[in-house]
Each structure stands twice: as C-alpha cells, then as structure tokens.
Design a protein around this ligand. Structure first.
Ligand code: HEC
Ligand code: HEC
Ligand code: HEC
Length: 430
C-alpha cells in the first residue's frame, strides 16, 4: 500500500530506499507511545516489539546488530577476508540486486551506467568499471567487506553483515563486468527532482498547534491544578518564559539530563497527579512547542557545569559511534570529514551538524513536516529514532539517556543561536 503522494519522496522514502525498510506508508501519522526512562541506569533498549518507527514505516528487526545503547553487549563484526566464489554470476540477476533497495542498494551511492533513476554520488562513478579490468576477486572482496581495502569506508560490508549472500555478490560482480558505457556524474542541485526541504525561509508554524499547546498549558489535571496555577510567563514565577531555550538540562534531583518534555512530565506526576504525556505524542509535542514558542529568538543556553559537559561528551561519542546492520554512525552522514555530506544519497543531500555550515539543527524542533503528506509535529527524539530505524539500527526508547544526551550534544552545537522552535518544514514547491 503506497500512499498516493509517495512520489514526492521525502526523507523517509529516500532513506528507506537506502536501507531497505519496507516502503509502506500509513495514512495517519504515527504516535509513539513508549514510556520515557524512569531511571538514568535503566536499560535503553526498546524491549517492546518495535515494528513501527519513523513515519509509520514497517521495519524488520535489527536486534542482532549493535545499537548505540551505553550497555550494548554486541560487538561490531570484524572485517572479513573472502575469496571470490567459483560460480559464474548472472549479470541480469546482478543488476536486479544492485538496484534493489533491500539488497545491494548500490545505486544509492554509485552511478552504474545510463540506467537507474537518480544514482548517488557518495562513491565513485562505476559506469565504466569493466574497462578497468579489475580482478573479479578484488571486486568480490570490495562488496563482501570493503573495510579490508579501507577500514573507514562508508560502504556497508554486504557479506559480513548479512545484507547479501555469496551468490548474490557473485551475480553483482558479473553485472559490474558489463559496465562499459561511461556516463557523467550528475552535477548538482539541478539534478534534484525530489525537492529540497525549506527550512528557515518559512518558519511560521501553523498556529493551531500553539493554540492546542496553550490549551494543554491551561487545562486542569487530575487534582484540579494546571500549569498556570503555579507558573507564570514573564511574571514572578516559577517563570517559564525562558525555559524553552535552556533544555535539555541537567536535573540535580534526578541526576540525569532531562528533555523539556520530560521536565513537563515531572510536574504532571509530582504536582498534578496526572500521567506523563508519552514522548512523541501529539500532547507532548504541542505543549513542548508552546513552551518553546515563548522563548523564540532567545539565545540557546547550554550549561557549563561538569555533569552537563560530561553528558555532552557522551552524546558526541554516540554521534560518532557506528552501529546497526549498515555500520553507520550519525557522523557518517552528518559530518564533513565523511564522503556523504554534500553528495547525493540518491534523491537527497545530507547536512553536516558537527561543522560550521549547518549547526542550526536543534533550534528548530519540534518541527511540523509537510512533504507530500502532512506528518504533523515531530520531536527531535522522533527524528533521531527515524534516522536510526531507516539505517537498519534497532532504535532505543524515546527519552532514553542515549537519545537525550544525543539531543543535548546537537543542542550544544546551536549554543548562542536564537531558538526558532517550533518550525515548519516543507518541500520546496509544495
Ligand atoms: C553508502 C554508500 C555506498 C553503497 C551503498 C555502496 N558503495 Fe561502493 N563505494 C562507496 C564509496 C564511498 C567507495 C569509495 C571507496 C571507499 O571510500 O572506501 C566505494 C567503492 C566501491 C568500489 C571500488 C571502486 C573503485 O573505483 O575501485 C566498488 C567496485 C563498489 N564500491 C561497488 C559497490 C557495489 C557493487 C555496491 C552495492 C552492492 C556498493 N558499492 C554500494 C560507497 C558505497
Ligand atoms: C503545583 C505547582 C506546579 C504545577 C501545577 C506545575 N509546576 Fe512546573 N514547576 C513547579 C515548581 C515548584 C518547579 C521548580 C521551579 C524551580 O526549580 O525553580 C517547576 C519547574 C518546572 C519547569 C522547569 C523550570 C526550569 O527552570 O528548569 C518546567 C519546564 C515546568 N515546571 C513546566 C510545567 C508545566 C508545563 C506544567 C503543567 C503541565 C507544570 N509545570 C505544572 C511547580 C508546578
Ligand atoms: C545514511 C545517512 C544518515 C545517517 C546514518 C543518519 N542520518 Fe540523519 N539525516 C539523513 C538525511 C538524508 C536527512 C535529511 C536531509 C538533511 O536534513 O540532512 C537527515 C536528517 C536528520 C535530521 C534533521 C535535520 C534538519 O535540519 O531538519 C536530524 C536531526 C538527524 N538527521 C539526526 C541524525 C542522528 C542523531 C543520527 C544518528 C543516530 C543520524 N541522523 C543518522 C541521513 C542520515
């Protein structure tokens, strides 16, 4: 069941094309109903069956590959040397596997010849590969586990990580041996037909979200109290005017970093006898958006104390930590020292967060996505989960210490910049 507007191919489609997540879209947008972490040391792995992630995509399980959980026991698989098989590959089958988004997905990173819509430019152009007369055993090894040739490669280890069988690799090798028609690498943005996300040009959020948030702010909880019974906005306090620009923040009592949405939930349970809003739920995203809108244009604050600094360092380590079946780190796609940033990953160019050209990431969330279809308000936690799920990495719970500290790290990259949240993001031309 493909949604009728799926031809617009928002991030979710592009990434799922890279990673082979089933491209089944649901018409409604997805709410996460996980409970947030209660204790800093509680396990982060999502033990509930987690078949759905991101925008309603149906994902297979990736539990037998390492996650970014702090207590992860699984180790990344070591580079494997593999002698080429004696079978004679079938180039037609090889072409099929090379194009297939849940098999080779070679087209996401390579130009493979005149065929193939929107090839990627992350890896070298392979359209005349056969003319170089490379030993098939070398090609076989490159596909089986390219780390033997380059330990830091971003090319997934297709054999070692169970993405392709020996036979499938042999078929792809045979296909590469037919590539003799040089084709130019597509140049630049003109090449995009899928559209570019507009951010910053139009930051006006649909105000009904803020009205909803304000309503939740004023609504009485189980004991009759509401946020406004105790809090002011630009008054005597405890005042919440500037709070949106100072989270995630270390909480002394809880001895952990809290997201704004988790801090709100603390007041709900402690002072209102009311249940937590599940992270990623409409209520959580709307109330958080409302509070952040009160702090709009204030500089983003990140504390300098020791626990915060240590948490940022852990978040940065997670950002650089490779995990999942594709053995990608966030940094693989979001830092300029890797070959992915600024290049075409099929229909999309990724942005760097950890370098100066796009450090504005955390200032924009929650974000209202309209790309093809309306995905509603999404939190940064949901975006992190989405990027994990579609890169074949088993996601952790929203609000897990790992995700919270990742969010804190991303926020620290936007330190001092004006808070823009909540924002609207839509495909240019829509
Ligand atoms: C995530 C991106 C990515 C994917 C997917 C990918 N590659 Fe690569 N590939 C690269 C990069 C980058 C290089 C350049 C070498 C390096 O950085 O290690 C490369 C190098 C190669 C080379 C060596 C090229 C040369 O000039 O010697 C071959 C052959 C190759 N890839 C084939 C494939 C095939 C076949 C597939 C699909 C089964 C595939 N690649 C999937 C990124 C990718
Ligand atoms: C019964 C009173 C009470 C109610 C009701 C209440 N809070 Fe609080 N809230 C507090 C107190 C007390 C603090 C701690 C203030 C401090 O540390 O300076 C606090 C702290 C906070 C903070 C953190 C402030 C900071 O500077 O880090 C946020 C955010 C917050 N509340 C939001 C809410 C929201 C949203 C609601 C409604 C869902 C709510 N609170 C309901 C009393 C309340
Ligand atoms: C395979 C590449 C890939 C990996 C790995 C990846 N992402 Fe992404 N990410 C993308 C693409 C593509 C986009 C959409 C284009 C863009 O904004 O860069 C995106 C977008 C984002 C955005 C929204 C950016 C914005 O400006 O709205 C955030 C936040 C994000 N990723 C965080 C992460 C985090 C955190 C990780 C690691 C857990 C991660 N990503 C891993 C490819 C990746």
């Amino acid at each position: 069941m493909l949604h009728k507007v799926s031809k617009f191919l928002c991030t979710c489609f592009m990434l799922s094309a890279l990673t082979g997540a089933a491209q089944e879209e649901e018409h409604h947008h997805h709410h996460h109903m996980q409970e947030e972490a209660q204790q800093p040391d509680s396990s982060s792995t999502n033990h509930q069956e987690h078949q759905h992630a991101g925008h309603g995509m149906v994902l297979p399980e990736f539990k037998h590959f390492p996650t970014i959980a702090y207590d992860e026991k699984l180790k990344p698989r070591l580079p494997q040397l593999k002698a080429a098989m004696a079978i004679h590959g079938d180039p037609e089958l090889g072409k099929k596997f090379a194009y297939q988004s849940d098999k080779g997905r070679c087209l996401n990173c390579h130009v493979l010849g005149p065929d193939g819509e929107q090839p990627g430019t992350v890896g070298p152009n392979l359209s005349a590969y056969a003319l170089r007369k490379i030993n098939p055993a070398v090609t076989f090894q490159q596909i089986w586990d390219a780390r033997v040739h380059n330990p830091n490669t971003v090319m997934p280890a297709f054999g070692t990580y169970d993405l392709l069988t020996k036979e499938e690799v042999a078929h792809i090798v045979a296909y590469l041996q037919t590539l003799k028609t040089p084709v130019d690498t597509p140049a630049d943005l003109a090449y995009s037909v899928r559209g570019v996300w507009v951010v910053g040009e139009d930051l006006t959020l649909d105000e009904t979200y803020l009205e909803e948030g304000k309503r939740l702010f004023e609504r009485a909880g189980a004991n009759g109290g509401s946020c406004v019974s105790c809090h002011t906005v630009g008054g005597k306090g405890p005042d919440l005017k500037e709070v949106g620009a100072s989270y995630p923040k270390w909480n002394k009592q809880q001895k952990r970093v809290l997201l704004l949405e988790q801090r709100i939930n603390l007041c709900r349970s402690q002072f209102m006898d009311s249940p937590h809003y599940p992270l990623g739920s409409a209520e959580s995203n709307q109330l958080t958006s409302y509070l952040k809108s009160l702090s709009r244009h204030l500089p983003i604050r990140v504390a300098k104390d020791a626990p915060t600094t240590a948490a940022i360092a852990r978040g940065k380590a997670s950002f650089q930590h490779r995990a999942g079946q594709l053995n990608f780190a966030c940094a693989t796609c979001h830092t300029t020292d890797q070959p992915v940033v600024g290049r075409w990953l099929r229909g999309e160019v990724t942005h760097s967060f950890a370098d100066s050209d796009k450090i504005y990431v955390a200032a924009q969330w929650p974000k209202h996505f309209v790309g093809g279809h309306d995905q509603g308000l999404q939190s940064l936690q949901q975006r992190i989960e989405h990027c994990q799920a579609v890169t074949n990495t088993h996601p952790l719970r929203l609000g897990s210490p790992e995700y919270v500290e990742l969010e804190l790290y991303l926020t620290s990259l936007s330190k001092g910049m004006p808070l823009l949240a909540p924002t609207l993001s839509r495909l240019r031309g829509e």
